[in-house]
Write a protein that binds this ligand. Structure first.
Ligand code: SF4
Length: 254
């Protein structure tokens, strides 16, 4: 079934789905009925609105199939004046239920690490590369187990992240983990190689739309700390704090 394309907010509505979307937009694909099916949140992103306007519009995004099983869209949280935007992968179980990013165990680790790194939490905006929870049910108990978003879902959701970043224009973006890094820097990104480095902010939609200012620092996702066991956990956490200190230093120099 084709998703609904709300003409009131859709940049491409007059031509959709007969013409290809502009370069850098996610792909059109073939639906089960053989017709075209777009995975593209760009069709739902309104122009000329503030963060609340984006949040409201994202609540009814059908840009990819992930909305079908999740509880709600989990949009970014924080102020438009934030100096740092922290980008995670996708909401987890608790975030999905509560409608706010980083309110689960990984969020607790992140907030502690931010504080330790010397970043003022009041100057941060937290969000995810993908705004709906992707999961699989674990048997009859119905525990919902996190499933990593695929490339198509990441690409589909990118217009929301791009819209957030354009409005906020942060001084520093912190990519937390491989999914956030790949969403912002492309498929070549490797968190093990590029973490803790100061990188230029890349174009947001692949067509040369460079952010005028701002730098990007990548690190691990805070959930990696929770997955580490024993003595490794302290080491993994220290690595996260160390990378965040790179972002803190950038902020102090500006
Ligand atoms: S994951 Fe992103 S693109 Fe997919 S439905 Fe949710 S908000 Fe839209």
């Amino acid at each position: 079934m084709l998703p609904e394309f709300p003409r009131a907010v859709c940049r491409n509505a007059p031509t959709h789905p007969c013409k290809p979307l502009r370069s850098g937009h996610p792909q059109h694909m073939t639906g089960r009925d053989g017709g075209p099916q777009a995975y593209d949140a760009g069709l739902y992103v309104p122009e000329g609105v503030d963060l609340q306007g984006l949040r409201d519009a994202a609540a009814s995004c059908h840009g990819c199939p992930l909305y079908q099983h999740a509880t709600q869209t989990v949009f970014g949280f924080g102020d438009v004046s934030a100096r740092v935007v922290l980008v995670g992968e996708q909401p987890g179980d608790q975030e999905d239920r509560r409608g706010r990013p980083f309110v689960g165990p990984a969020g607790g680790v992140l907030m502690r690490a931010i504080d330790e790194a010397g970043i003022d939490p009041a100057e941060t905006y937290v969000t995810n590369a993908v705004k709906h929870f992707k999961f699989q049910q674990a048997g009859r108990g119905k525990r919902r187990l996190h499933k990593a978003p695929g490339v198509r879902e990441m690409a589909a959701c990118k217009p929301w992240l791009a819209a957030e970043l354009r409005l906020i224009e942060p001084e520093v973006v912190v990519a937390l983990g491989a999914t956030a890094g790949r969403s912002l820097l492309g498929s070549e990104f490797r968190v093990t190689k590029q973490r803790g480095m100061v990188l230029p902010m890349p174009p947001l939609d692949g067509d040369g739309d460079e952010m005028a200012r701002g730098a990007l620092v990548a690190t691990i996702h805070p959930s990696a700390v929770l997955r580490a066991e024993g003595a490794d956990r302290a080491e993994v956490y220290a690595g996260l704090v160390s990378d965040l200190k790179v972002a803190a230093r950038l902020l102090s120099e500006r």
